[in-house]
Design a protein around this ligand. Structure first.
Ligand code: HDD
Length: 758
């Protein structure tokens, strides 16, 4: 009897929804895996140096999961509710979470209801200001692994041994849109990396484009006010295609180099995993002997550099506004960890002075790779999604001023202004000076200083001494001297002036270099992007001024854009200097097509169209083969549920033509089985699907009956120049066809197919 009573008492305490066992049923009583995980590194001994096993250089996208010392500190604050009772914020168990406290069932609510008031008050204050730029983003944890010992160049702890791993948190973002805007808009992408090094936090707060719009931080608020939605009506959202932006740009010809990059395919990446990252500015590396070199930082994705096409990007904003966020999340969940190689361009001040045609302190200029090659120095692997978007991705505070011993600034006037802006913005965004104590922002290196108090202080500093020098605490914490951050003693002398060097005023040489280094399809996309953007501009003079600037970049480009806008080519914008426009040899590395990637079809999304009477056996074989190669096949049907199969074993459609339109996929397989193909050939949505895949240059595999669908969609079998289409695989031996299809998917797109207009 006692046992029964005990069981009943236990059952009464349990949550009760049998349909949701994991959340409210019996299963929830047992925490699922992860909840009981003990911290792998105790907080006190957390160190990035515990695991120094070098892994393969750039791997196959599935590196060994390293021990991440950041796990330890974050475990301290992780909360897992599995099997727990509901409480207030003060730990008082809540008996009823459904009803407010009332005086009689139909009576007024009581002010006494502290449970309701706590819940609502917290809710009322859930939102914090979004970032003034880069509001929309997605983040991931991972590690950086150094290939070499770079002690001859820098004393930065993360580069002090080959194979050394340092935990990182990365946030990718768009710039102009607000937090809820779509991912695939035309924009620069932020690529910000927080390195939790043994000697403090280093933030490399870069973009996916190696230059910037402006040269001096003084103009940043103007630039951002111009590109953000116009202030009177808050239109347009997440788009540079409007008058104020191009008004500012045309009147600030220093923007022209960057304009070339943002009208290129770089501004519509296929994935955060398939874009480069750049530190943009020239920084300094300083070694233990105090010797300095200039450095530029480059991230190169192992998955290759791939982009969307504009029509697709525009449609994706509706079909899946979370396209990039989802893509990053799913790749990491699937174990296909994004990898990026870190490369550095290292040069001396003397070399920099000899470059002659540009100033390395000018953030609107690159150092061409032909002049200073990029040397790989390590790789970054993103192997863990955040547990909580707000706590980690939203509250992470990057700051261009966060450097560590061995890494120092230069006089780039854009960088100098950034050193101020980032900490300042966090004070508003995160509500006070203790944002460094928010777990995602806190260093793994120990923190000891005399800073005290402030809103939301977490640290409980002991003792009565909070000043320095002191004798009462034995002088602690004491200055670290040479073990600490020692500013590179660059010699500076000059008059106090507001202005810039003459070389900064040459705006067109590198814009031309970029244009001339692009492949034909990339050039065509740039023309189309200017056409789109400037067509949205309403004031004719604003349009014309941009085209006038383009004349200095390339008369051919200006002529093509002017023709599309229906205007004559205007005279060139007067140059801002008498210096000649320098000529650079083309730089092939500026074309996205020169970095095809090493991960084959991994994570590529492939639709398999099905309808009743499909050849299910073949679909299953294809599905398995594509899955084995790391792709994400999806059975796309006319409606959800089972379709009949010729082998009598029905197939389940996972998504529909309506919910999973063509733009969500990198490639499509047209169904095996004539009867199914005939059904789809009568469905306008299926025909549109096929046409769009074709028009966007994607791979198509048509087996057996699939050709019927191609014919009905009016898909030509050859490319416009009469040659074979490598992305269109039709019939033939199934094994050979699959191999050709896989090669086509890995090749990303057949740009030769593009026609304009479609
Ligand atoms: Fe900035 C955010 C990158 C110039 C002021 N910036 C921000 C982020 C990235 C960049 C990636 C988002 C970080 C995150 O994910 O939280 N910014 C750049 C690059 C620049 C640049 C590559 C030029 C080379 N920025 C720049 C200037 C200023 C700022 C010149 C001001 C003088 N940036 C900010 C900011 C933001 C910011 C206002 C907004 C939110 C934040 O800092 O945390 O302080």
């Amino acid at each position: 009897l006692e046992k029964k009573v005990a069981e009943q008492a236990l059952a009464a305490q349990r949550p009760f929804n049998p349909n949701k066992p994991a959340e409210y049923g019996d299963d929830s009583v047992v925490p699922h895996q992860g909840a009981t995980e003990t911290p792998s590194t105790p907080l006190a001994t957390a160190s990035t140096t515990t695991e120094n096993l070098p892994s393969r250089k750039l791997g196959d996208g599935k590196p060994d999961i390293g021990h991440n010392p950041l796990n330890g500190p974050l475990d301290r604050v992780r909360v897992d509710d599995s099997g727990r009772e509901l409480t207030t914020n003060l730990g008082v168990k809540v008996a009823n979470n459904q009803d407010t406290l009332k005086i009689g069932l139909r009576g007024p609510s009581a002010l006494e209801d502290f449970i309701f008031r706590e819940k609502i008050t917290h809710f009322d204050h859930e939102r914090i200001p979004e970032r003034v730029v880069h509001a929309r983003g997605a983040g991931a944890h991972g590690y950086f692994e150094s290939y070499h010992d770079l002690c001859h160049l820098t004393r930065a702890a993360l580069f002090d041994k080959p194979g050394k791993r340092t935990p990182v948190f990365v946030r990718f973002s768009t710039v102009a849109g607000s937090r809820g805007s779509a991912d695939t808009v035309r924009d620069v992408r932020g690529f910000a990396t927080k390195f939790y090094t043994d000697e403090g936090i280093w933030d490399l707060v870069g973009n996916n484009i190696p230059v910037f719009f402006i040269q001096d931080a003084m103009k940043f608020p103007d630039l951002i006010h111009a590109v953000k939605p116009e202030p009177h009506n808050e239109i347009p959202q997440a788009s540079s295609a409007h008058d104020t932006f191009y008004d500012f740009a045309g009147l600030s010809p220093e923007t022209f180099h960057m304009l070339m990059w943002v009208t290129s395919d770089r501004a519509i990446p296929r994935s955060y995993r398939m874009m480069q990252g750049f530190g943009v500015h020239t920084f300094r590396l300083v070694n233990a002997q105090g010797e300095a070199h200039f450095v530029k930082f480059h991230w190169t994705p192992m998955a290759g550099t791939h982009s969307l096409v504009w029509d697709e990007a525009a449609k994706l904003t509706g079909a899946d506004p979370d396209f990039h966020r989802r893509d990053l999340w799913e790749a990491i969940e699937a174990g296909y960890f994004p990898e990026y190689e870190l490369g550095i361009q290292v040069f001396t001040e003397q070399q920099a002075a000899a470059f002659g045609t540009f100033d390395v302190l000018d953030a609107t200029k690159i150092v061409p790779e032909e002049l200073v090659p990029v040397q790989p120095v390590g790789k970054m692997v993103l192997d863990r999604n955040p547990d909580n978007f707000f706590a980690e991705t939203e509250q992470v505070a990057f700051c261009a001023a966060h450097v560590v011993p061995g890494i120092d600034f230069t006089n780039d006037p854009l960088l100098q202004g950034r050193i101020h802006s980032y900490i300042d913005t966090q004070l508003t965004r995160l509500g006070g000076p203790n944002f460094h104590e928010i777990p995602i922002n806190s260093a793994i290196a120990p923190v000891h200083n005399n800073q005290r108090d402030g809103l939301h202080r977490q640290a409980i500093n002991r003792g009565r001494v909070a000043y320095e020098p002191n004798s009462l605490a034995g002088g602690c914490p004491f200055q670290a001297g040479a073990r600490g951050f020692v500013t590179y003693p660059a010699h500076e002398a000059g008059d106090k002036v507001r202005g810039k060097p003459e070389l900064f005023a040459e705006h067109y040489g590198q814009a031309r270099l970029f244009w001339e280094s692009q492949s034909a399809p990339e050039q065509a996309h740039i023309v189309a992007a200017y056409r789109f953007e400037l067509t949205r501009v309403q004031v004719p003079q604003v349009r014309e001024r941009i085209v006038a600037g383009l004349v200095n970049v390339s008369p051919a480009l200006a002529a093509a854009v002017a023709a599309d806008l229906g205007i004559p080519v205007p005279p060139p914008l007067p140059p801002s200097t008498e210096l000649p426009i320098p000529a650079y040899p083309p730089s092939p590395s500026l074309s996205l097509l020169t970095r095809p990637g090493k991960t084959g079809i991994q994570t590529r999304r492939i639709a398999i169209l099905v309808a009743d009477d499909v050849d299910g056996k073949q679909v299953r074989q294809l599905y398995a083969a594509l899955l084995k190669d790391g792709a994400q096949p999806r059975v796309v049907g006319q409606k959800l549920g089972a379709v009949t199969s010729t082998d009598g074993c029905p197939l389940e459609a996972e998504i529909t033509l309506e919910t999973g339109p063509a733009v969500l996929y990198d490639a499509v397989v047209l169904p095996a089985g004539l009867a199914a193909a005939k059904k789809l050939a009568q469905d306008p949505r299926a025909l549109e699907f096929v046409r769009e895949q074709y028009r966007h240059g994607k791979a198509l595999l048509a087996l057996d009956g699939g050709t019927e669908l191609l014919d009905r969609a009016g898909i030509p079998r050859l490319l416009p120049d009469g040659s074979a289409d490598p992305g269109l695989v039709v019939d033939g031996d199934p094994h050979a066809a699959l191999a050709a299809f896989v090669a086509a998917v890995a090749g990303h797109r057949v740009y030769a197919r593009e026609t304009d207009p479609p």
